[in-house]
Each structure stands twice: as C-alpha cells, then as structure tokens.
Design a binder for this molecule. Structure first.
Ligand code: FES
Ligand SMILES: [Fe+2]
Length: 405
C-alpha cells in the first residue's frame, strides 16, 4: 500500500474494486468456537501432583495431575474469594486452594471446607470443571458445552503413533488472532518471506477445495535456485531444496485445526505431516498459543534422523520465527487501523476467511467492549458464589507465556 492509499476502502472505490470486507463481520473479531477439543498444555508440563495455569480465550484454567496420573481442568478461581486455584496444592485427586484450604474434586465440586461448622453460611457447590483428555503428548480441554465433549472427536493423527515417524512438538505464544495463522499456512505464496532460509521455492497451486468446515489446497513445489538448506532437504527426504524433484504439499484447514502434508515426487507416503492448533489465550483473542506436531518420516538409514534432529529443529524454528514476525505485524496493523483492511486476492484465502467466520462465534460482549482499552487489566470478577457456571471474563493477559512456550 502506498502513502496515498492509507484508506483501503477509499482506494478500493477509486480503483473500481469492491472493498472485499464491506458488510462482513471483521474476521479478527470472530471468536474460536469453544465446542472443540483444544490443546491447553504439553502433557509433560503438567507434572504429577502439580498444578499449572493455562487459558482459553480469557477463561483461566487450572490444570493439575492427581496421584493416579489423571489430569483435571478447573476454572482457575476459587469459589470462596477468587484466588487462582493454580496457586493451590494437589492432594491425591483433589486440588486445595492455597488461601483457606477449600478442596475441590476433579469435576470442580467442593469436597471439603476445613473449618465449616453448623450454622455457617451455605457454601457454593464449586467451580467449573472442564472435560479433559490427553493425547499426542498434549492435554486437551473442552471449553464449550460439556455435553458436546463426549460426541466430539479428538483429532486423529495416525502418523503420531507410527514407528515410521518421529514427532517434533512445538508450543509457542504468538501475538495475533488465530485467523492470521490459518491464512499464513494456507497461502504458500509467502515463500518470499523465507527466501533466506529455504532458498527460492516456486509454489504452484494445483487445486483447492472448500467445504462448510474446511479448505484444502494442493501445491506443487519446485526449487527455483538460491541457497539450499540441508535441514530442509532432510526434512523433505531430499525434496525441498535437496534435489530437482517436485513435492506435492497439501494444506488443510479443518476447523479449528490445520494440517500440512508433504509428499515427495514418487514417494508413497508423506515425508512429513504437520498438525497445528491455534488456541486463543486472551478474551479479545488477539493472542494465540500455537501447538504443532511435526511428524517426520524416518529415513531408510537408522540414526540419520536422530543426528539431523537439532538441525531440523533449528530450521523449523527459523521458518516459524519469520512467520511469527509477519503475522504479529499483521495484528499490529489491525490494532492501529482498528479494523481489517486487508485486500485479499487469493481465492482460497477468501474461502478460508469465510470458513473461519462461519464456524467461529461472536466474541463475548464484555470482551468486545473491552477492546477499547487493550492496556486494561480487565474487569474484576464478580464477588460471591458462582457455582459451576462459565468462568467470568478475564482481561488480556499481555505477558502470559504458557508452559512449554
Ligand atoms: S480463597 Fe480459596 S479457600 Fe479462600
Ligand atoms: Fe511460512
């Protein structure tokens, strides 16, 4: 955009183009649909008999692992005086608040108030308990309607358990709305951004398919010269940057998750598959926690992947750092302009924006009102009893770094 084109809508009219965002809900004000399983921590960060703090879209969650090894997720706010339960102590399968020692079961019900005697006020029932599952080295919570948890499947990742693949796990906070992450990965036309790391890659869109909940794009990748990266070659089984062969990359947003598979020319299966989820942390959803599982095919020669592992890690971290730089800059631009003024032209990105819009949910009204002051600490939670209801709204947690990040 040039200096004179500061107003996207106006410049659109001048040049005879329709403003692509006109009349549409601003995508960056669309909340992630809570009726899915979202990773909220790495399994290894929830150690036995310990509790940690995590969050989904401004709902603070205390995650703890009991003596049995089971993980529980509770609203991170004691029903008594709102002190975070993540400051508490695990005893057997219960979590005891650090302040007056009220104890909670894994479902959020209060199991003990040590000093309560006859004639004292009636205590609340407890706090909200979230359905929890562990899979793929991640702890998943279900922040939506708990009745839907039982009928909602966890993502299916057959390569994770396969002896043919080894998994590299990523966990990072990114300061952007989750939608930027989906658009970034699906739009392979941004390879220019990675020119210093992967060389000159030429992506050609072969086809894309859009469904009510998904967008899938198939690209043909060929190397067009420039610097070649050895880790990229290892990662792509001598595909990307390693030889003249062409690789087919399939990227899919399958709401709310995203996957990417790379199949080198002539290969039967993918050289690697990525699964990713972008979990909003704050109520305004201007920050997300990206969890990624990169499942890499083991090459024929034993030990090669093991030796190359640190290099692959460094390579992928460099690529990710560049993507993060771009999406965080996009978020800052949105904040400066107060609305989405993107002039998107690529049809499949327009499609994924629509998929994210229609499958998402409105931001909670308090969060939207709160938008006006991003530096605010947020409203105080209501005092008194609020048994087992949805967690009260939290303000933006500008410095939160979740475990593993
Ligand atoms: S604040 Fe938790 S027991 Fe009092
Ligand atoms: Fe990228």
């Amino acid at each position: 955009m040039t200096g004179t084109d500061s107003d996207g809508a106006r410049s659109g009219r001048r040049s005879g183009h329709r403003d692509p965002n006109a009349g549409m809900t601003d995508l960056r004000r669309v909340g992630a649909n809570p009726d899915f399983w979202y990773p909220v921590a790495l399994s290894r960060s929830v150690r036995s008999m310990r509790v940690i703090a995590t969050a989904f879209a401004g709902e603070r969650i205390a995650l703890y692992r009991g003596e049995s090894g089971a993980v529980y997720a509770l609203e991170d706010r004691c029903a008594h005086r709102q002190v975070p339960l993540s400051m508490g102590v695990v005893e057997g399968e219960t979590l005891r608040c650090c302040y007056h020692a009220w104890a909670y079961r894994g479902d959020g019900r209060i199991s003990q108030i040590p000093y309560l005697s006859k004639g004292d006020g009636r205590p609340p029932r407890g706090v909200r308990g979230y359905p929890v599952r562990e899979a793929y080295g991640l702890v998943f919570a279900f922040p939506g309607d708990p009745e839907k948890a039982a009928v909602t499947a966890l993502p299916d990742l057959p390569a994770f358990g396969s002896p043919k693949y080894k998994t590299m796990t990523f966990s990072r906070t990114v300061r952007c709305h989750y939608s930027f992450m989906h658009e970034n990965l699906l739009d392979m036309n941004h390879q220019f951004l990675h020119r210093g790391v992967v060389g000159r890659l030429h992506p050609e869109l072969l086809e894309h398919r859009t469904g009510p909940r998904s967008v899938e794009a198939r690209y043909l990748f060929t190397h067009a010269g420039g610097k070649r990266n050895r880790s990229a070659s290892l990662l792509a089984a001598e595909g990307i940057g390693g030889s003249d062969s062409a690789d087919v990359m399939t990227i899919r947003t399958d709401y709310p998750y995203q996957t990417l598979d790379l199949v080198p020319e002539g290969a039967e299966g993918p050289a690697y598959c990525l699964w990713a989820a972008y979990v909003p942390e704050d109520a305004e959803q201007r920050m997300c926690h990206a969890y990624g599982l990169l499942m890499i095919e083991k090459p024929g020669i034993p030990g090669v992947l093991h030796l190359g592992w640190p290099f692959i890690r460094r390579f992928t971290e460099r690529v990710f750092a560049e993507d993060r730089m771009a999406v965080e800059a996009e978020q800052r631009a949105w904040e400066e302009q107060g609305e989405d003024r993107n002039h998107e032209v690529f049809p499949l990105i327009l499609d994924v924006r629509e998929v994210l819009r229609t499958n998402g949910v409105p931001l909670r009204p308090q969060a939207a009102a709160f938008d006006a002051d991003p530096s605010s600490d947020g409203p105080a939670s209501a005092p008194g009893d609020h048994p087992a209801g949805p967690a009260a709204l939290e303000g933006p947690k500008s410095s939160t770094e979740l475990p593993g990040g």
